[in-house]
Design a protein around this ligand. Structure first.
Ligand SMILES: [Zn+2]
Length: 315
């Protein structure tokens, strides 16, 4: 990993410790700064101009490119000032549907619940809310068995996640998560929305500050599970929203929700090409090669920040 190559790095939550969310899984803002120091000393950064030129010409420039997923308020409040102080830039991938339904994505509600509530307590309430007919039939025994084997805190965390993400029949998922939210949070998801995601004003301010805003779909689905028509809508509608905020694109770019080769198909890439998307990011831990820039621009590889020093959550 120490060779002079072009490397994209992915971040999600970047914020200071918050006593209200003692178990929240975020990169600490101080560790983010340390990691930037490390990148600066070890690889250097690719300027926005050089990166866009590399996309155009197919010739990579050595150094690091920073990307941030999911449009969290963190990215305006904590990341932007750090980038500006250091004369850096970043690509920010926005899930645009949250601005229509003005609430939290289910995946983020789960992060908040696990961040705030000790997992054994969360699981106890979950167990009271979930009835067996809500579990997909083949998962009932898996749920029972896992419940019986609980020992450590982490077991509870894993079981909460597995229950909400896999065991529950999809039609009951939002309802169960919302019941947990109203049990543990005084504020409604639509009130939390305001402090959790970037506002439209902040999106515009970031664009005006030279940051690239990209599409991360409308609803954050696993794209490979959708029909071609649904995939088109996810891509086209999210770009329309971004354009309505910024008026133009510094670059037209996309990033697959969840990431990994199972989360998109050749059809997805075809839609992106048809929409003249210049480049898209996948999650794959290797540098961006010449071959990627020439033949693989709709699935560029990207490291997770935890694959470099200072990139792990503190809790
Ligand atoms: Zn995401």
């Amino acid at each position: 990993m120490n060779s002079p190559a072009m490397k994209a790095v992915m971040y999600h939550y970047v914020r200071p410790f918050d006593a209200d969310y003692p178990n929240f899984k975020n990169l600490h803002i101080d560790d983010f700064e340390k990691q930037l120091d490390y990148f600066d000393e070890t690889y250097g950064f690719v300027s926005k101009k050089d990166f866009l030129k590399a996309i155009e010409t197919g010739k990579p420039t050595p150094g690091v490119v920073l990307t941030f997923d999911d449009g969290f308020k963190d990215h305006f409040q904590y990341v932007l000032p750090v980038l500006q102080r250091r004369n850096l830039w970043g690509i920010f991938y926005i899930t645009t549907g949250v601005y229509t339904f003005r609430s939290l994505l289910d995946v983020h509600k789960i992060h908040l619940l696990l961040g705030k509530i000790p997992s054994p307590q969360l699981f106890e309430v979950l167990r009271g809310v979930v009835s067996e007919e809500m579990l997909s039939h083949k998962n009932v025994s898996a749920f029972r068995e896992a419940t019986y084997q609980l020992q450590k805190n982490d077991d509870h965390t894993n079981l909460v996640k597995r229950t909400l993400n896999y065991y529950i029949d999809y039609q009951f998922r939002t309802e169960v998560i919302d019941t947990l939210m109203s049990h543990f949070f005084e504020a409604s998801p639509s009130e939390i929305f305001e402090e959790f995601y970037l506002s439209e004003k902040e999106l515009k301010a970031m664009h005006d500050a030279g940051m690239i805003l990209g599409s991360h779909t409308v609803n954050h689905p696993v794209m490979s599970k959708l029909s071609l028509q649904e995939q088109k809508e996810e891509i086209i509608n999210s770009f329309s929203f971004l354009k309505s905020i910024t008026g133009e694109f510094h670059a037209k770019t996309f990033c697959y929700p969840y990431g990994g080769f199972h989360t998109f198909t050749d059809e997805t890439k075809k839609v992106l090409n048809n929409e003249h998307v210049q480049f898209s990011f996948n999650v794959e831990a290797r540098p961006i090669s010449v071959t990627d820039l020439v033949h693989n621009r709709q699935a560029l590889p990207r490291f997770d920040c935890n694959q470099f020093p200072f990139g792990n959550c503190r809790t």
